[in-house]
Design a binder for this molecule. Sequence first.
Ligand code: HAM
Length: 447
Amino acid sequence: MSDNKKPEKITAIKGMNDILPADAPLWELFENTVHSVLKSYGFQKIVTPIVEDTALFKRAIGAVTDIVEKEMYSFTDAMNGDALTLRPEGTAGVVRAVIEHNLAYEGPKRVWYKGPMFRHEKPQRGRYRQFFQVGAEAIGFAGPDIDAELIMLCRRLWDDLGLENIRLELNSIGDAAERQAHRAELIKYFEANIDQLDTEAKNRLHANPLRILDTKNPAMQDLVNKAPKLLDYLQAESIAHFEGVKRILDHNNIPYVINPRLVRGLDYYNRTVFEWVTDALGAQGTVCAGGRYDPLIESFGGKPTPAVGFAMGIERLVELMKLAGEPADPASCDVYMVHQGEAAQMQAFVLAERIRDAGLDVVLHCAAATGAGSFKSQMKKADGSGAAFAVIIGDDEIANSTAAVKAMRGAEGEQQQASVPFDAVVDYLVDQIVGHDHDHDHVHYHH
Ligand code: HAM
């Protein structure tokens, strides 16, 4: 550069996080656990685009919701003028795909997805503008059994992750006619107490009065607590459905709290809604939320198809795992290859590939511009890598066609070193690592 100014730093977008290698083991533990739990309930993976038609979210989530009114990353495609949006959630895209590919044609489907979602919220602990969800959608199931199954799937996940004190809040918001009857009473009630409403509530009074029940304003808690309860307006079918969900949960000893004020911030729900909440994360304590959305698919022109699902926030759950003292196993390898001289480097490359063929994880020391560095400095790297063994090749080893194999994890002074012919190194390492460590979990033999 001609002037002496340092180049301006470019940083990440506010509210959008890097997940650094130090946190990766915890994320992987979460992901592996959730994958195996979903698989154990018969869910299949679906991947939909991150960008969709803006109209999809407006119609699915609802025009008078926080997400659509003020949180969507919407933009015009400069190439063709299309109105596009970065997905704020996963259900709308899954529903679109289900209709587009006629996925429920052969019968009900259990699908799950994982990926980044985008909401232009005020960033704070547990609330980000890009965040990751794992979601599950059960498409084409009408009965209360699947609602209970989804809840039990979550319960199993918390158990498998070792997470305690996540409580289940449950409610039924009935169907459209029941909500209509309740809505009229609710508006009447709030109009009679109009002086106690804050500005936001006044704005919502006629557009979406149910959402007033969701207010966090302390001054309005007494008012909303005494408001007419939607649960009291449910008719026989909705009551039977809700009782059905509760009966299965009771039978399986799944504790829950009925929260009549739980209404959810998205418009597509009917009947069962639920949230998993913890007090350990401060204000953003909902780690998973979902419910039934029976009318949604038909409203998009699909055949009437009942459905229910949930989504969980991965950042919040990983944070909970950290608080629970989940050991963040540093990603370590089995073998670190140390070498000096060109012939040794060539041999190290060949040997590293053969050791990997046997299913072990190998880090091959990479040279700096000035060369591979001293044995001593390389051994320090080997130690820091967490490897169980260092395989060392220098001029003497090349001359003898042997490698020095050093155990890195024994107590000081007990770290054995053996001289092993190149041809025998793979068997030697497999015997030492797999033979002596029955818990070794990342060795997969290639048959
Ligand atoms: P949601 O309640 O909007 O529901 O989000 C589900 C979960 O995603 C929340 O409980 C929270 O853990 C996480 N989450 C939401 N917003 C943020 C954020 N800004 N930062 C960090 N985490 C966040 C849905 O998205 C529905 N699609 C769930 C569903 C699926 N209902 C039926 N099927």
